[in-house]
Design a protein around this ligand. Structure first.
Ligand code: ATP
Ligand code: MG
Ligand code: MG
Length: 550
């Protein structure tokens, strides 16, 4: 056992190998290409790939593309990109739609064995017939059609002789089963729609519960890992493998899906956020998609560490979003250079500093990682600080600037405020300070102490930059369905704040996806969509501090 900690799925695999049930481990990640992947999918990817890797096995990437109405090649491409970005490489790439002929033949086999029949009932009638947990199902009037008639009708379904919804193929199992999934489930339906892969070749499509076990068996998957909702479907999964006389015997194992506070984790809902214009695309940094997390500035390392920490279990749970943030902070701590940026600028004139003079001060790039070296930053008579680093009438315990108070400028000098200018509305728009040349950073000055340390950017060399600060996109909700509300009613109207400020001059060379720690503000990533050569846009990945403890 190489690298991951123990979990119940791994124990099942160890047992299976010991008993000689399987010779090697083959897993798969089987997304439906009907949207972009989210962090929940990352959990599944990491689980499947790492498990197989640990046993020197294989993992397939399989597009579960059996529903032409919702699927698209754009999603296929994005899914491949995201899996690779997470650091994984599949052994084989498959499309379930490549197995349509084989699936059709297996359905014909079921019909020949008297285990499937064509039903003319409407979808509503079938739902009604299948009953509820309390009442048994009722047999369809079409249940006892002859094999010949069923073969003929199924063939005509394939040939396009019927309209959508006119007929379905159902497995003939047990209408009295306590498990509703076993009450003659629909296994094929008619859909006259163009498929992203097979075009107009097919107008009948297999249902998930029929297609998925066949896909697994065709590929020789040994352990088919899925989320807990499918636990009740397992008897049907095994039925399909057995009755279709598949050679391979894949084993379905269920685990609890990942849920995170203050977000939604369903492609259908995420698509709504995009289609309704709430999100700036699938990769909006507020989205829990892999592409959104990437654009926000998350690293694959942070996502992998997070997924390993949460582990796999059978029990439903919701993970605090702060835990995800914890892991990106940890990952970037030693990797991201430190820099200074002003997000709400307030001009400061240092009245005793010679006009027209500029000096270049040394600043370390990461005090926790000295190997990252030093840089030079300009200092002169005019600088910017943050607006909230000055108060005209401060409360006690306010150690930043106020009239008469002295603070340290990071990497530079002590400055003391002696005057300020207000505009017509009473806003403070400029401070006048003096600096003390003796207090220069790095000279070992110990003459007196100050309590506040402020970050700053020199005004004439500093570059304009945009900062984007994020709050949760969707606020957690109680069950409000009855009130007629949907999750869209819980979109946070204050989830994005855009601010115009200044950064150190060399930041103009920052490249898309470069990550920095802005002193006191947190970790930021250079945005891939809105950055221009003249003006970088920085997405805040995460602030510096959190109360969260692992
Ligand atoms: P969604 O409802 O978001 O579309 P899905 O399960 O329908 O999710 P698929 O494309 O079918 O999406 O998922 C591919 C794989 O990812 C499946 O094996 C599924 O079990 C797994 N998966 C999806 N969501 C989660 C989640 N939140 N946590 C863990 N695994 C997940
Ligand atoms: Mg699915
Ligand atoms: Mg889905």
């Amino acid at each position: 056992i190489k690298h991951t900690s123990s979990n119940f799925i791994k124990n099942i695999i160890i047992e299976d190998l010991k008993e000689g049930k399987y010779e090697e481990v083959i897993t798969r990640f089987p997304p439906e290409p009907n949207g972009y992947l989210h962090i929940g999918h990352a959990k599944s990817i990491i689980l499947n790939f790492d498990l197989a890797d640990e046993f020197n096995g294989k993992t397939n990437l399989r597009f579960d593309d059996t529903n032409p109405l919702k699927e698209d090649t754009e999603y296929v491409e994005s899914i491949k990109e995201d899996v690779k970005w997470l650091g994984y490489d599949w052994d084989s790439l498959f499309f379930a739609s490549d197995y349509f002929e084989e699936m059709y033949n297996r359905a014909v086999l079921l019909i020949k064995k008297g285990k499937a029949y064509v039903d003319d009932s409407t979808p509503e009638e079938i739902r009604e017939m299948r009953g509820t947990l309390k009442e048994p199902g009722k047999e369809s009037p079409y249940r006892n059609r002859s094999v010949e008639e069923n073969l003929d009708l199924f063939n005509k379904m394939r040939d396009g002789e019927f309209k959508d919804g006119e007929k379905v193929l159902r497995a003939k199992i047990d209408m009295t089963s306590p498990n509703i999934n076993m009450r003659d489930p629909i296994i094929y339906r008619i859909a006259h729609a163009t498929h992203h892969n097979t075009g107009d070749k097919w107008c009948i499509y297999p249902m998930y519960d029929f297609a998925h076990p066949l896909e697994d068996a065709i590929e020789g998957i040994t352990h088919s890992i899925c989320t807990l909702e499918f636990e009740d479907h397992r008897p049907l999964y095994d039925w399909v493998v057995r009755e279709c006389e598949m050679e391979a015997q894949p084993k379905q194992i269920e685990f609890a899906r990942l849920n995170i506070t203050n977000t939604v984790m369903s492609k259908r809902k995420l698509k709504l956020l995009v289609d309704e214009g709430f999100a700036d695309g699938w990769d909006d940094p507020r989205m829990p998609t892999i592409s959104g997390l990437r654009r926000k500035g998350y690293t694959p390392e942070a996502i992998r560490a997070f997924c390993k920490e949460i582990g796999v279990a059978k029990a439903y749970s919701v993970v605090d979003e702060q835990m995800l943030e914890h892991f990106v902070r940890e990952d970037l701590k030693l990797k991201a250079p430190r820099t200074m940026g002003i997000i709400r600028p307030l001009k400061v004139v240092i009245t005793n500093y010679p006009e027209g003079e500029v000096e270049w001060l040394e600043a370390e790039n990461n005090p926790e990682n000295p190997e990252m070296g030093v840089r030079k930053i300009p200092f002169s008579r005019e600088i910017y600080i943050e607006q909230d680093d000055f108060m005209e009438n401060p409360p006690s315990k306010y150690f930043r600037l106020f009239p008469g108070n002295e603070v340290r400028l990071k990497h530079a000098y002590f400055i003391k405020c002696h005057d300020f200018i207000k505009d017509e509305d009473g806003n403070v728009v400029e401070l006048h300070c003096t600096y003390d040349p003796e207090t220069k950073s790095g000279t070992g000055f110990t003459g007196r102490k100050v309590k506040g340390t402020l970050h700053w950017v020199e005004a004439s060399h500093g570059k304009q930059a945009e900062f984007r600060l994020y709050e949760p996109f969707i606020l957690d909700q109680e069950e409000n369905e009855e009130e007629g509300k949907t999750f869209l009613d819980y979109v946070n109207p204050n989830s994005l704040e855009i601010l115009q400020g200044f950064v150190e001059p060399e930041m103009i060379n920052a490249k898309i996806q470069d990550k920095f720690q802005f002193f006191r503000h947190g970790y930021f990533n250079v945005d891939s969509k809105h950055t221009t050569p003249e003006k970088p846009v920085f997405n805040r990945i995460v602030s510096l501090k959190s109360s969260f403890k692992l």
